[in-house]
Structures are given as structure tokens and as C-alpha cells.
Design a protein around this ligand. Sequence first.
Ligand code: NDP
Length: 248
Amino acid sequence: MSLQNKVVVIMGASSGIGAATAKLLASKGAKVTIAARRMNRLEEIKQANPDSDILAVEADVTKAKEVQNVVDQTVAKFGRVDAFYNNAGIMPVNNLDQIAQDEWQNMLDINVKGVLNGIAAALPVMKKQKSGHIITTSSVLGYEVLPGYAAYSGTKYAVRAIMEGLRQEEHQNNIKTTIIAPGSVKTELFDSINNEEVRNGLKDAMKQPGAEMMALDPEEIAQAVAFVIDTPKNMAVNEMVIRPTGQE
Ligand code: NDP
């Protein structure tokens, strides 16, 4: 089966990597459900791609019922779910001594519980279909830790562990798993940094000469996601680490 007519659900599809993936998959003939909290952004994607089969559903990944509704609406409209992409995430960079407990809670809810909510909604449908593919965006910071990124890294290590467990439990049931682990990508992710000094510092660094070369475009990650979804039945790409060539 090629991407044509594949049914793909993308959580966190209103901007960045998720939006780019939705546009690419839809342009290749996939039926795509796009979900996030900013419904206006989802509608813009739908309107900009009038010839594509796109379903937009408002959902907060921290709310299991809303994620379940995304899957239910997808099955009602398209009949099945071939791939479910857990991509929603935030990155509120801060040192641990800032004791940002609300921020930690929110990040754990979105980056980790959100992924579990996605698995909870998609897995029963895939087990019934006897086929499926669950994809989750981790990060290079799911393999290494940097000062300021400890809590974020913790969430990205956690989703790698969850996805590896899912692989071990479900590989015999014809369910593929993929961890997408990008390095630096030019998206709105820095806007989720609450610490103004850190946010402005990182944004300024991105504007320095040469910095352009140090970050990928979200469309480049989208190509990787399209590739892993378009693999033959007997082939599962379980992890893909994608850095800009110049990134350390
Ligand atoms: P963006 O900020 O552009 O996209 C984040 C997406 O997550 C948006 O669509 C946002 O939608 C969604 N989101 C956030 N919170 C929620 C929520 N509670 N419920 C539903 N959706 C939510 O950044 P990226 O495209 O960069 O981020 C995508 C993923 O890639 C994240 O998991 C991030 O950690 C990861 N990543 C990014 C890297 C980078 O350098 N950019 C590097 C490595 C990993 P909305 O606000 O409308 O709900």
C-alpha cells in the first residue's frame, strides 16, 4: 500500500512538523486527520488544500476523551486508522533551580501523558484491524541531556521507553512503531518557553549568521515521516534520528 488512501492521524498538526507532515501526506493522496487546540490553524491548512481529504478536529492531547474523539471521528469518516502520529509537544526550557512545577506538570501532561492518550485511542482500533503504525516525535534530547533541557529531555527519554515497550508488546500483531528524533528544526517550539530571558536568548542565537544552516525545515522532517509510513508491510523503521548536518 502506498501513501495513496492511507488514513493518517496527526496530533499537534497546527504548526511546525505536524502541519508540514499533514500537507505532504495529503498532497500524496493520504486521508489525513489533523488535530490540535488551535482550530483556526487547522482550518487554514484544510482551506489551503481544498483538493485533499483532510478532517480537522479540535483536541487537547492531555484530555483522553478529546483524543478518543479524534480517533472516533477518523474511523467514522475514513473507516480505519493506518497510522497515528503522536507529535504534539512543548519545550519550556528552564534550569531545574527555577522550580517551575506548573511548567513541569504541563509538559509531562502534553509530552508524555498525551502520547499515552494517543496510544490508548489508536491501539484498540489497530488491534481490531490487525494492522497499524504508531509514530511518536521524541528528539535528539531523548538520547542526550543539556543544561536547561533536563525536564524536557526527561519527557523525550520517557516517550522513547514507552514506544520501545509498545514495539515489544505489539510487533507480533502487525503493528509498527517509529520514534522520530529530530535535532534542531525551525518551528514555533521556542514560543513554548516561558522564561523570557531564555526564550529571547535562543531566538537571538537562531538569527546569528550561519544559524540558518544549523536547523532543518519542518518539511524535511515531514519527508522522513512520509518515508516511514510508506514502507512495505514487513519493514518497520523503529527509530530515526535526523540532525542538521552541522549540528553537534
Ligand atoms: P510547534 O510548536 O510548531 O508545534 C507543536 C504542536 O504541538 C502544535 O501543533 C501544537 O498545537 C501542538 N500542541 C501543543 N500542546 C498541545 C496540546 N495540549 N494538545 C494538542 N496539541 C498540542 O513545534 P514543533 O513542530 O517543533 O514540535 C513538534 C514536535 O517535535 C514536539 O513534540 C517537539 O518536542 C518535537 N521536536 C521539535 C524539535 C525542534 O527543533 N523544533 C526538535 C526535536 C523534537 P496547538 O498549540 O494548536 O494545540
